[in-house]
Design a protein around this ligand. Structure first.
Ligand code: S3P
Length: 172
């Protein structure tokens, strides 16, 4: 039997460009629950953009803030949370999400991710680098971790609304 959603927080995980924020916002609307973007929460708490946090304090500082913000969001109330691609890599955060939330892995091919990150947004991990190479390296490390989510939904070259539909079917 597939995991049935019983109102716990839904947490979208996956690499940069997987569609976590866009799909998450629409999923929340369909479910009638709040949407929270963890990266935006971190930016608001810090009063700086993610890029500024990385530049001023480094990745580790960002990861600490990310861990705290996500822990605060695991309050049992129904909501959809989009996480940054690295959040689920942290062992403590991953354990918390797996225990308290319904994790859904949005899984897209490297080609699709590259296309999406090229079009949108400023990602400090990709600045001045070959995005395909970075994303392949991140996928090698992270996909085995993302695979621990009870639900995996492909997020390739389909409109995001199809992905939302696939999630709604998967969660019962
Ligand atoms: C990161 C992904 C970003 C953001 C930060 C680090 C990562 O979020 O949290 O730049 O480590 O994969 P998105 O996955 O929303 O791009």
């Amino acid at each position: 039997a597939s995991p049935i959603w019983t109102g716990q927080p839904i947490v979208l995980i996956g690499l940069m460009g997987a569609g976590k924020s866009t799909v998450g916002r629409r999923l929340a609307t369909r479910l009638g629950v709040p949407f929270v973007d963890a990266d935006t929460e971190i930016e608001q708490a810090a009063g700086m953009t993610i890029a500024e946090i990385f530049a001023a304090y480094g990745e580790q500082y960002f990861r600490d803030g990310e861990r705290r913000v996500i822990a605060r969001l695991m309050d049992g109330s129904p909501k959809v949370i989009a996480t940054g691609g690295g959040a689920f890599v942290n062992e403590e955060t991953r354990a918390l999400i797996l225990a308290e939330a319904l994790a859904i892995w949005l899984d897209a091919s490297i080609d699709v991710l590259v296309e999406r990150v090229r079009k949108r947004g400023h990602r400090p991990l990709l600045v001045g680098k070959d995005p395909a190479k970075v994303l392949r390296e991140l996928a090698a490390v992270r996909n085995p971790l993302y695979a621990q989510a009870p639900i995996r939904v492909p997020s390739n070259n389909v409109p995001h609304d199809m992905t939302v539909k696939a999630i709604l079917e998967a969660i019962g």
